[in-house]
Design a protein around this ligand. Structure first.
Ligand SMILES: Nc1ncnc2c1ncn2[C@@H]1O[C@H](COP(=O)(O)OP(=O)(O)OP(=O)(O)O)[C@@H](O)[C@H]1O
Ligand SMILES: [Mg+2]
Length: 365
């Protein structure tokens, strides 16, 4: 570099082509499991105590985990499961997300897969359960059914309660009222313990984000005031997932302009982008997005390609890619859900299902 430029330091703040602000951006992924889950020790211990009888070959306790979105319910349980796996082979942890696996058949199929049983083809729900029972009754099991309120039938729970001898069942939901409204027969069989995950306060949010940031970014690339704004915004939204999004997007915005530092300007840009992903009410959607949502409501569980055709017939504009992006936004905000089907006559395709228009406030009951 010519001396003049060097002395001016113009290039010192510019990121070179082969440089990155990220050390390991995976650490910002929503499903990354950090080594420690600060501020959730009490909750983890509480759940560990429900599992504890299994170590003595007795039946465990069942527990309902509830609390608002993005406050560490899923990660606390997954982290606990990792520890359990390191501790013993005699207790088998099984984690199912009921948003994705929303019927007893899909759940039993997933459990078989997790247990390493491969001959599931053409088997019915009950046949699959017989296999599960045979494997698990040689040991003990801890089941976690996450987003349990999304499940369409509960017969799998009856089966587990009746046929698996030594188990703990953990149910996670945003809506405590879901459990209040359960059938009394099921309620009395489950006898759920109950733990509420409280929202994090500002200091806790700062601590969690700082921690993740240290794994994800190269040292000293974050300006203090920029990080403080990211943490403050996260504290307002009360959802760590949004905080992780802000951190990652801030890094991306800084890299886009080859900045060596992440500044307030980059964070503000990231926050602007975030508003696309934290919509609680349909009225906050753009007009054409609302129209697409309406279309999906009228044509729930259709293939994405067919929906696009209908959308065009109704005068919708834009190419397929744009349509896909809008579908993704609606799905991220949980207005709709998308599931991929494999095989079949037409190969792989995406099915779009209508879910809701507005955030229900059931959690407050
Ligand atoms: N104490 C914590 N330490 C580190 N990361 C955390 C902590 N709490 C939450 N997170 C992170 O925040 C994100 C959201 O947490 P998680 O997925 O557990 O939320 P949740 O309570 O299950 O939300 P939802 O009800 O929407 O499923 C995850 O990426 C998780 O790793
Ligand atoms: Mg979760």
């Amino acid at each position: 570099m010519p001396k003049l430029f060097k002395s001016m330091g113009v290039f010192n703040n510019i990121l070179k082509d082969n440089e990155s602000l990220f050390r390991d951006s995976v650490a910002l992924d929503y499903d990354y499991i950090p080594k420690l889950i600060p501020y959730r020790e009490y909750e983890q211990r509480y759940i560990a105590n429900c599992i504890k009888p299994l170590f003595a070959k007795r039946n465990g306790k069942n527990v309902l985990v509830h609390g608002s979105p993005g406050i560490g319910k899923t990660v606390a349980i997954k982290h606990l499961f990792n520890e359990l796996e390191e501790e013993t082979d005699d207790i088998v942890p099984i984690y199912i997300n009921c948003w994705q696996k929303n019927t007893s058949f899909k759940i039993n199929l997933d459990i078989c897969e997790q247990l390493g049983y491969k001959f599931t083809h053409n088997k019915k729900t009950d046949d699959l359960f017989d296999i599960i029972k045979d494997i698990l009754n040689k040991k003990s099991a801890v089941f976690c059914f996450d987003e349990i309120d999304k499940v369409e039938d509960l017969s799998f729970l009856y089966m587990i309660l009746e046929k698996i001898y030594r188990k703990t069942i953990i149910l996670i939901t945003n809506f405590k009222i879901w459990a209040v409204n359960l059938d009394t027969r099921l309620k009395s069989r489950l006898t759920l313990e109950d733990i509420n995950f409280k929202k994090y306060n500002h200091t806790e949010i700062k601590g969690i984000l700082k921690n993740r940031l240290q794994y994800a970014f190269v040292s000293n690339v974050w300006e203090d005031d920029a990080f403080n704004i990211a943490a403050k915004k996260t504290a307002e939204i009360e959802d760590i997932r949004s905080g992780l999004y802000i951190l990652k997007e801030s890094g991306n915005c800084a890299e886009e302009v080859s900045s060596k530092k992440i500044t307030i300007e980059h964070v503000n840009k990231a926050i602007e982008k975030l508003s696309d992903f934290s919509i609680k009410d349909k009225t906050e959607l753009k007009e054409d997005e609302q129209e697409i949502l309406e279309l999906i409501k009228e044509n729930s569980e259709k293939k994405i390609g067919d929906l696009f055709e209908l959308y065009k017939q109704k005068g919708g504009s834009g190419v397929y890619k744009t349509f896909q992006r809008k579908i993704e936004k609606l799905s991220k905000n949980k207005f709709i859900s998308i599931s991929k089907t494999q095989g079949g006559a037409e190969g792989n395709t995406t099915i779009v299902k209508y879910e809701r228009e507005t955030e229900t406030k059931l959690n407050e009951y």
